[in-house]
Design a protein around this ligand. Structure first.
Ligand SMILES: Cc1cc2nc3c(=O)[nH]c(=O)nc-3n(C[C@H](O)[C@H](O)[C@H](O)COP(=O)(O)OP(=O)(O)OC[C@H]3O[C@@H](n4cnc5c(N)ncnc54)[C@H](O)[C@@H]3O)c2cc1C
Length: 407
């Protein structure tokens, strides 16, 4: 049986960051990846452009059901943060630049180029990579982990002193992350928090938006309310769809409400024109109505909003005073009924309970068992925070292995 110092289960973002930076005394590292390629999801991130971190890393909280989860992540980010990540990748020969919103991308705007940089480094370091190998079980015999994998050559067992489970969460299973990793770690007595799709499209009441399918509203200010209390606001694009709403602002706001939908009354309040005050809008509409007293009221928002959106707003306020139309533009209400689900989500909210890992992301129940990336109950906002977590968690593990681990 082949024996390794470290077996990394899953060659996604966290697995690749770990394999390209871990230094072990007795060298041998193996990645077991179920897919035919490494970093499939990484190569699709940021609409194929690879938004790998953000200027606001360090000041933006991460979500976790663990009470001190965010504080612990911030501490890890202070050790292995954005600057280190960028320097590391630049050390591999890339150049990374921020956009106007502080989101960092490879200069060539190609996510797969990040995967390539990591792949080349993994090869240079002599890390063994086995593709098409689905890990179906991990057990510990004495101090040694035995990893069973379904390989193209049949079932095989690999042995290692240390295991890093980097199998991702349950989001976007077409990239290989279907939640099977949770089953592997449950055998080590680890518990899972509830799991929710996050960074995902939202299903809403469609009565008032049916006719708007495919229309994008740029720069809308979206506020999420839980039991009528505002919990978060984000500004960005929204796209009306036949099931509800999508777009950058919706993805971002979904992280704040994903775990509340269904359990509590969740709704969105959308300011379709945030840069124009209610007073200004009211005065424009009043003078327009005076000037064109016989005009179709449904056209009153022409020249102010997208025509179809304007008509939908006016239809919603049929028979009501102008002030209702102003209120509807500034706070277009949409009750939320669900999300489009894990298959469409970019991340999983929840995961392996963060209280069950130590400051090195090592299992508190089994020495030498580590967790990296999205499998843990940590998720970040949209904008590069999740790949930053993949990097940071991998470096925390690498640091622990360098200074100890099981050798
Ligand atoms: C479409 C999309 C766009 C995104 N864009 C961004 C972005 O721009 N910026 C950002 O920060 N985040 C983005 N994310 C989120 C980010 O990609 C993930 O948070 C990150 O990839 C998680 O890294 P991971 O290594 O934990 O898991 P993954 O990258 O999902 O990798 C897990 C790997 O484990 C393998 N695996 C699973 N089970 C087994 C098994 N039993 N045996 C062997 N192998 C297994 C899988 O095949 C997979 O390759 C995006 C996600 C999606 C879906």
């Amino acid at each position: 049986m082949e024996k390794y110092s470290l077996i990394i289960v899953g060659g996604g973002a966290a697995g690749l960051f770990l394999a390209s930076s871990a230094e072990l005394k007795n060298g041998k590292i193996l990645i077991l990846e179920r897919g035919e390629r490494l970093g499939r999801k990484l190569s699709a991130t940021g609409n194929g452009q690879g938004n790998l971190t953000n200027e606001k890393v360090g000041e933006t909280p991460y979500f976790s059901f663990s009470e001190n989860g965010n504080a612990r992540v911030q501490e890890m980010l202070s050790r292995h943060g954005k600057e280190e990540m960028l320097a590391f990748l630049e050390g591999l020969g890339g150049i990374f630049l921020p956009d106007e919103r502080g989101r960092f991308y490879p200069a060539g705007r190609q996510a797969s180029s990040i995967t390539d940089l990591l792949r080349f480094e993994v090869a240079r370091r002599g890390v063994e990579v086995k593709l098409g190998c689905f890990v179906s079980g991990v057990e510990k015999r004495g101090e040694v982990y035995l990893v069973t994998a379904q390989t193209p050559d049949g079932e095989r067992v690999f042995a290692a002193n240390n295991i890093a489970v980097c199998t991702g969460g349950k989001a976007a299973k077409n990239f290989g992350s279907d939640g099977n990793g949770y089953e592997i770690v449950k055998r080590f007595s680890h518990t899972l928090t509830p799991l929710y799709p996050a960074l995902v499209q939202l299903k809403t009441e469609t009565k008032h938006i049916k006719m708007l399918k495919g229309i994008r509203v740029g720069g809308a200010l979206v506020t999420a309310l839980v039991e009528k209390t505002p919990v978060a606001s984000v500004q960005g694009d929204i796209i009306f769809t036949d099931y509800g709403v999508s777009g950058d602002a919706i993805f971002r706001i979904s992280s704040f409400i994903a775990d509340k939908i269904g359990a509590q009354a969740v709704s969105l309040k959308i300011d379709l024109l945030p840069s124009v005050s209610a007073e200004k809008l009211a005065s424009v509409l009043e003078s327009k109505q005076r000037k064109y007293p016989n005009a179709d009221r449904g056209e009153l928002l022409c020249g102010i909003l997208n025509n179809q959106v304007g008509r939908a707003v006016m239809k919603r306020c049929l028979g009501e005073p102008l002030s209702a139309a102003v209120a509807c533009v500034k706070a277009f209400a949409l009750p939320v009924s669900g999300t489009l689900g894990f298959d469409y989500a970019q991340v999983t909210k929840g995961g392996v309970c963060f209280d069950e890992v130590d400051e090195n992301l090592q299992s508190k129940f089994s020495r030498g068992l580590y967790f990296g990336g999205e499998i843990l109950d940590i998720d970040g906002e949209c904008g590069g925070f999740n790949l930053q977590w993949a990097y940071t968690s991998a470096r925390v593990i690498a640091e622990s292995l360098k200074s100890g681990g099981q050798v």
